[in-house]
Design a protein around this ligand. Structure first.
Ligand SMILES: Nc1ncnc2c1ncn2[C@@H]1O[C@H](COP(=O)(O)OP(=O)(O)OP(=O)(O)O)[C@@H](O)[C@H]1O
Ligand SMILES: [Mg+2]
Length: 176
């Protein structure tokens, strides 16, 4: 059974907020796939997930330029994988991905479509859609029982926010 929900974000800090909500619920072996075009907000969401996992502020999650995989230490390890630069399936075969996808920590993957063949198990899929300069839609869906639990966790959080004041938007800092 697939469960699905939509989250709206009107600013980077709102995307990070939803990342924190997700990160707080993640456990060992969880996999989160972040899909979306360039600049959709995948790394921004990964930063929030890192915060939710307790990665300290000093360890700033960035888009890796030369490395495909970065590891951060939170309450459990966070493996941030970015496959933008992968051009062939053969390349992904040398990365030892099992270690990250079935590892001791959480794997958060940008450009998961490039390694789709390795994503046979359960994972939480988040499709980020760029709808305006600072507007994004986050389509969160499950690919198994565990990820369905995670979707329900986010749904409860979203329902809890109904009627609450809107999430903050920093007005005077430009894009970030
Ligand atoms: N609501 C929003 N959510 C997320 N990012 C936003 C939002 N509004 C504006 N932005 C801006 O969009 C950019 C998103 O960049 P980010 O690196 O997170 O995207 P990405 O999907 O990881 O891109 P890439 O495919 O290049 O890795 C940032 O500059 C961020 O400040
Ligand atoms: Mg990125």
């Amino acid at each position: 059974m697939e469960t699905e929900l939509m989250l709206a974000s009107h600013a980077p800090e709102q995307t990070r907020y939803w990342g924190r909500v997700i990160g707080a619920a993640l456990g060992r072996g969880d996999v989160v796939a972040l899909q979306g075009e360039l600049g959709a907000g995948k790394t921004t969401l990964a930063q929030g997930i890192a915060e939710g996992l307790g990665v300290s502020d000093g360890c700033y999650v960035t888009s890796p330029t030369f490395t495909l995989i970065n590891e951060y230490q939170g309450r459990i390890p966070l493996y941030h994988l970015d496959f933008y630069r992968i051009t062939s399936l053969a390349e992904s075969q040398d990365l030892g991905l099992e270690e990250y996808l079935c590892g001791e920590g959480v794997a958060v993957i940008e450009w998961p479509e490039k390694i789709a063949i390795w994503l046979s198990g359960d994972y939480l899929l988040i499709k980020l859609v760029l709808v305006g300069y600072t507007e994004r839609m986050l389509n969160v869906s499950s690919r198994g029982h565990r990820s369905a639990e995670l979707v329900r966790h986010v749904a409860l959080h979203q329902a809890g926010r109904e009627g609450a004041p809107p999430l903050p938007v920093t007005k005077n800092k430009g894009m970030d």
